[in-house]
Design a binder for this molecule. Structure first.
Ligand code: ATP
Ligand code: MG
Length: 416
């Protein structure tokens, strides 16, 4: 699938972005803003404070995209070279803008100071360029049309960049790119490896075709992104086919996270939940309470890390732990029913596992986790064998617990 040049080319300028001093957060912020407009970002180039490099990035960007946004390198010092880079790309001179110079002087005067000589640099613009006001700082931005493609220069300081994007730059870029992103549909899945998901998708939709697929592994599973490459592509039909085929694995269509899906269903049913956590030691409760409004459904939980807490706070029989061990189906079930009874909730959800690196035995390897759910019906339990390190195994244990509850709640995701 080849995309027409209809998006934004981003150019981030600064040595500090390439030597580890500063993490480039400006591009992530801009990408999010452009995505919200349903525009797309065609490219992201990160270049040092160097005239030739900046000029080349601007030229490539303007040849490939509908608009170019450059961030950084507008400061008053000799290493701020974005204006020079643009002038080189446009083959124009930089000229002193007297109005801009007067405005800069005025800005300093209002702060009770005289403008340092070095700030004069900021009053230069390309001959045909237009200054963009900066409400938050001294560095004005610059708009220049390069063969009809707008090139927008913005400062690198995040607060200034944000303010100028909102006040001016978005208004220049949005009409050219908004709505040009391909239509998309996001199916969020749990408990399926990426490769198994891809095989199932290929089997359902056939290989190739007008629907482009993207896979993104994230915290609790794999997201499938369907992109309609052209107008004819029937995204809704493909979505419906996949939803039917993958039903037990799809927890959401759209952006909702697994914890939100579960909490919202509990709220809808006016039911309550409590948790008993061993290896995750609070991660599950923490995750559920990320959801605003969760307090109406989530009562609380017990971090039963030590066996004595499983016995004393949850009423798990001591001899059960002696016979089967703390990481066992029996222990998980007893923890789930224990917390449900003691906290008097509709559902009790329990996790116990071996996160690693220590604690494994021949029968119980690192990554073995039991989750159990006690509810209005029969208590259920499920075993997983996670292949990760301690951190990953704990995260996946949270996912396994949430997903057990999700399936018990029989949540049916729907197409928008
Ligand atoms: P100023 O007028 O403040 O000098 P400027 O356009 O010259 O603005 P830079 O000198 O390139 O901006 O960067 C100023 C500061 O902004 C840097 O010290 C850095 O902390 C931050 N910054 C620059 N680029 C980025 C980026 N891509 N992501 C996050 N922060 C950035
Ligand atoms: Mg700089």
């Amino acid at each position: 699938l080849t995309r027409a040049p209809r998006g934004v080319a981003l150019v981030m300028v600064g040595d500090e972005l390439l030597d580890g001093r500063v993490r480039d957060t400006n591009s992530a912020w801009l990408i999010e803003r452009i995505t919200v407009l349903r525009g797309c970002v065609d490219s992201l180039r990160v270049v040092p404070d160097d005239v030739a490099g900046i000029a080349a990035a601007i030229l490539h960007g303007s040849a490939e995209s509908a608009a170019v946004v450059v961030a950084g390198g507008l400061g008053p010092t000799s290493d701020d070279l974005s204006r020079e880079g643009l002038a080189r790309a446009a083959q124009e001179e930089l000229v002193l803008d007297l109005e801009l110079l007067a405005a800069l002087h005025e800005r300093w005067r209002r702060r009770g100071r005289t403008m340092p000589e070095s700030n004069r640099r900021q009053a230069y613009r390309t001959v045909s360029g237009k200054p963009i006001p900066n409400p938050r700082g001294t560095a004005p931005g610059l708009l220049h049309l390069l063969d009809g493609v707008p090139v927008v220069l913005l400062p690198g300081v995040p607060a200034e960049l944000h303010a100028m994007w909102e006040a001016t730059a978005e208004g220049i870029v949005a009409p050219l790119v908004a709505g040009n992103a391909p239509r998309r549909l996001r199916l969020r899945t749990a408990r399926l490896p990426e490769s198994a998901l891809a095989d199932a998708v290929d089997a359902a939709l056939g290989q190739g075709g007008a629907i482009e697929r993207g896979y993104l592994v994230n915290e609790f599973g794999v997201d499938l992104l369907l992109l309609a490459g052209d107008e004819q592509a029937d995204l809704d039909a493909a979505g419906a086919t996949l939803l039917a085929r993958l039903a037990p694995h799809v927890y959401a269509v759209g952006d909702a996270g697994l914890e939100r899906v579960v909490v919202e269903e509990l709220l809808r049913r006016r039911q309550t939940l409590s948790v008993a956590e061993s290896c995750t030691a609070g991660l599950l409760g923490g995750c559920l309470t990320r959801v605003p409004g969760s307090s109406a459904a989530f009562r609380g939980g017990v971090i039963a890390y030590h066996d004595a807490v499983k016995v004393e706070a949850l009423g798990v029989p001591e001899d059960l732990l002696r016979s089967f061990g703390a990481v066992s189906e029996e222990a998980a079930r007893a923890m789930a029913t224990g917390v449900r009874d003691r906290l008097r909730t509709d559902w009790g959800l329990a996790v116990t596992g071996i996160a690693g690196p220590a604690g494994a035995t021949a029968e119980k390897p690192v990554g073995m986790t039991w989750v159990a759910l006690a509810g209005p019906g029969a208590t259920q339990a499920e075993r997983s064998a996670f292949p990760g390190d301690r951190t990953q195994n704990r995260t996946w244990s949270v996912a396994a617990a949430l997903d057990l509850l999700r399936r018990a709640l029989a949540i049916q995701p729907r197409l928008p």
